[in-house]
Design a protein around this ligand. Sequence first.
Ligand code: PLP
Length: 383
Amino acid sequence: MRVYLDNAATTKIDEEVLSEMMPYFSEHYGNPSSIHSFGRETRSKIEKGRKKIADLLNCSPSELFFTSCGTEGNNTILRGCVNDLGVTDIISSSIEHHCVLHTLEAIKVEGKARIHYVKLDEFGHFDLEDLASQLRSIDKAGGKALVSLMHSNNEIGTMMDIKKVGEIAASHNALFHSDTVQTLGKYPIDLKELSIDFLTASAHKFHGPKGIGMIYINGDVKIKPFIHGGAQERNMRAGTENMYGIIGLAKAFELSVYNMQSNREHVEGLKKYMIEKLKANIPGVGFNGDAHGQSNYIVLNVAFPPFSNKDMLLFNLDIMGVAASSGSACSSGSSIGSHVLKAIGADSEYTSVRFSFSKYNTKSEVDFVVEKVKEIYAGELVG
Ligand code: PLP
């Protein structure tokens, strides 16, 4: 038996999504920029997909742009804000994904903007008082601010109140970008209800294909392209469109939104079940982030109490057929190196493992995983 509990890293493509994409690998191959019938049929399918996504997000199709992934989306937005919108100061957090953190570091090194980090509590929630106070200082100094704060952390799952963050940003005349890669398709997002200028998404996180992402840019703001060349994506993102990707993203998003409630109930149930089973079987087990509060229902970051060979936990789980993650860039099997766990002050004596679920997981898989963890603790494999 092999169990995949690494759905925050990527998800299995949905069969329905794949069927929707297949004809565009073979029968319908026209370049969407071509004006003949072959091009027109693929163009039409792409625009139908964009319209469907826009309807579900409650925005205009002209505010959506397809990219190659979430990483490109975040780079495009952060660079665009600094280069084209006169942003002098960016307030972000130390627990953002590396594609945000490393871009901010590059912007800082190039001397293009000042970077500030909002305070966090022990669960990884942003300190909104601190955000408001930092915005006041930037305002006072005559700066132009961008707030870039994620909707849900990918390692520990902590959910952030982006409605509130948007309101605070707007009240200080600041722009607001949210990395919604871990929440789009899992939580309802109504762009008319949020005060938000930019968001980022990636299809492979919600049972769509890899290599395709999307950004929303509020129609009131205009940034220049990150990639130059052709006039694709209304001059915002040059390069022949990844047609099958776009078609897959649109279908995956549609399915995720339509089935959101039932998927959520199922996955939330698995997470709660695993928490209870771990508590009953592993004395001293803990959970990183706000596992019992505002937490993404797909992510469970477990803090395993010290034991011999703790650094081999992920490795041993893998041998036993369980795919999980340390949740950090460090893939050696230990949690050392996680900037997120460090930022929230997690106890480094504990071994942190991120288990992340999807609609395809089952209770018996959770039973299997907990059984394997128990075996490892009992020293049947290690030592
Ligand atoms: N942002 C967050 C919060 C993520 O979890 C990820 C991927 O893990 C990304 C951005 C990057 O997305 P992509 O893999 O599409 O580049």
